[in-house]
Write a protein that binds this ligand. Structure first.
Ligand code: ASP
Length: 330
């Protein structure tokens, strides 16, 4: 298992080049997991690629027009949160109690300001709420009912539970609740979470930002919070090093402190985004955690790294068509 996933990790290496002055770059993910060709219909493959492309185009427009990395990260994630194909906003997974409880975070690499929300239930765009916490509150992280209340008072768009509901995710919960705990293949074969979304960007001023949004994991218990809203685990941005957004088995990503650890390796050891990401991914896998990360360095160098069969992912930069990929071998 470990050997196989390490091979996938190697396959995930893309050729990355530094960004030139006045350029920008945007890297995104839409979740990692057992995403193999045999599990995908051709229609779904096309739909996912179109969704990733739309998100990249939306964020690119912001950056090409001189917008900030924070603005681009938020604009990109807003698109993915509205798309029911992803486990964020509309289309989020269900908790064991049959609810959608959403987590999101955002971080500005220029100032290292950050905002995060956990277990929110009524905001259409959790990433916008995370940004509101960063910009309009004295806090970094707000949770559950209090965060819902803050959202209302901040005038953010509210959404009823039906907005987040999709039949596919609901059916996934029913399968999860009925799973045979004695059958390892049932657990290994099922992927109860993938579809978390994230973005990292560098703007024309050379500032970095990162953001992540998710419904968490199917069947999560009351009050469970994953890595996505935890600054330093699922999200981190620091102009001195890099911007990171992670996706995967959140419990392990929290324990490893994945996003901050990658930036620390780049900052203190001078590793490239790919080297740092692969190293930290391998260590997280040693704990038992599968998933992936996107990384963008302060010089624009970038990386995807994942130890799962696939990761929905993409990259956009000036002067070329957006790059979009799903499987480990592309
Ligand atoms: N990391 C997310 C969580 O644990 C799930 C995912 O990325 O698929 O909540």
């Amino acid at each position: 298992m470990i050997r196989l996933t390490s091979a996938a990790l190697l396959l995930a290496a893309f050729i990355a080049s530094p960004v030139a002055a006045q350029d920008w770059r945007l890297v995104i993910h839409g979740g990692a997991g057992t995403i193999a060709r045999e599990n995908m219909t051709p229609e779904r493959d096309v739909e996912i690629r179109a969704a990733l492309t739309l998100a990249l185009e939306t964020g690119s427009e912001v950056l090409a027009n001189g917008g900030t990395a924070i603005e681009a990260v938020e604009a990109t994630i807003l698109v993915l949160e509205d798309d029911p194909n992803f486990n964020a906003g509309r289309g989020a997974v269900f908790t064991a109690a049959g609810r959608n409880e959403l987590d999101a975070s955002i971080m500005d690499g220029r100032t290292r300001d950050a905002g995060a929300v956990a277990g929110v239930t009524a905001t259409r765009h959790p990433i916008a709420l995370a940004r509101a916490v960063m910009e309009n509150s004295p806090h970094v992280m707000m949770a559950a009912g209090g965060a819902d209340q803050f959202s209302l008072e901040a005038g953010l768009e509210q959404a009823p539970p039906e907005w987040f509901y999709t039949q596919e995710r609901y059916d996934q919960l029913q399968r999860f609740l009925a799973r045979d705990l004695s059958d390892a293949s049932d657990l290994a074969g099922a992927d109860y979470k993938f579809g978390t979304v994230g973005a990292v960007a560098i703007d024309m001023e050379g500032n970095l930002a990162a953001g992540t949004s998710t419904g968490g994991t199917t069947g999560k218990l009351y009050g469970r919070v994953g890595d996505s809203p935890v600054i330093g685990a699922g999200t981190y941005a620091d102009n001195r090093a890099c911007a990171v957004s992670a996706t995967g088995a959140g419990e392990y990503y929290i324990r490893e402190g994945v996003a901050h650890e990658i930036c620390a390796r780049i900052r203190f050891l001078g590793e490239s985004p790919q080297q740092a990401a692969d190293f930290v991914q391998a260590e997280t896998l040693e704990l038992g955690g599968t998933g992936g990360v996107i990384v963008l360095g302060a010089d624009g160098d970038w990386a995807f790294s994942f130890n799962t069969a696939g990761m929905y992912r993409g990259m956009a930069e000036p002067g070329s068509e957006p790059l979009v990929a799903i499987y480990g071998d592309e």
